[in-house]
Design a protein around this ligand. Structure first.
Ligand code: NDP
Length: 241
């Protein structure tokens, strides 16, 4: 039986490319997106490239949508081998200082980047436990690194987007808690930084291609039995928490 991977926010950007690269390794794909038409279009695109892919509607901000997605996956498959929690939003207003960001932006960011990730993971954990050695990848960001934000010499020192950055710090804290809980199991859970990638979120001037931006997620989704759990990495390098 081939491995099955679910990637959230897989209709475009790093998520779509992560699904593509996992599919190229012979893994069956559940191409999750909040919009039905977008998930079907992305799955059709990947099938046209010769990959095994099915669309799945999954709005990580909706408990009802998550419940439906779990039911659908459980009906189609007996297990889930890989969960890539990729969906994310950046809602901070670049023209406002940290203290002037709206609470709407804070709440909207945490609803998707943190609570959505936690809710999706909790809901799929029973299926992940049914796989022989599941892998969970939490797509964080270098902007979640508290150590680098505290260092005036670091390249991200001036990247003050408080809602986004602290949602990713919280993602990292969640990764450590879950890795601790699952340490006695074959399941591994890790945070990744994709790089600054040319996507709708990363912008046209970002230095990294989408192909390279997906590599860290793919590497951590396909770790062997001797691979780590509870880490925060970018292209094989450990990042400071
Ligand atoms: P994009 O904006 O291109 O893609 C974001 C994806 O998340 C889209 O598929 C979007 O769907 C989806 N999404 C947003 N809200 C929801 C929701 N409620 N339910 C389901 N899916 C949702 O961004 P990237 O590809 O650049 O980002 C992917 C991940 O990488 C994010 O977690 C981001 O924070 C992280 N990251 C990106 C960096 C970069 O430079 N690009 C740097 C560091 C981290 P829709 O199309 O429907 O909006």
């Amino acid at each position: 039986m081939s491995d099955i991977a679910l990637v959230t926010g897989a209709n475009k950007g790093i998520g779509l490319e992560t699904a593509r690269q996992l599919g190229q390794r012979g893994i069956q794909l559940l191409v999750a997106a909040r919009d039905h038409a977008k998930s079907e279009a992305a799955a059709a695109q990947l099938r046209s490239e010769g990959l095994s892919a099915q669309g799945l509607v999954l709005d990580v901000g909706s408990d009802t949508s998550i419940d439906h997605a779990v039911q659908e996956v459980a009906a189609r498959h007996a297990k889930l081998d890989i969960l890539v929690n990729n969906a994310g939003v950046l809602l901070d207003d670049p023209d406002r200082s940290p203290s002037q960001q709206s609470l709407e932006a804070w709440r909207g960011t945490f609803a998707i980047n943190l609570f959505g990730m936690v809710a999706v993971t909790r809901a799929f954990l029973p299926l992940l436990r049914k796989a022989p050695a599941a892998r969970i990848v939490n797509v964080s960001s270098i902007l979640g690194s508290l150590a680098l934000h505290a260092d005036p010499g670091s390249p991200i020192y001036d990247s003050t987007m408080p809602a986004y950055n602290s949602s990713k710090s919280a993602v990292n804290a969640w990764t450590l808690s879950l890795a601790h809980e699952l340490s006695g199991t074959p399941i591994k859970v890790n945070s990744v930084h994709p790089g600054h990638v040319k996507t709708d979120m990363g912008g046209k001037r970002a230095p990294m291609s989408i192909e390279d931006g997906a590599r860290t997620s793919v590497a951590m989704a396909t770790l062997g039995a001797d691979g780590p759990s509870g880490t925060f990495t970018h292209l094989g390098k450990t990042l400071p928490w």
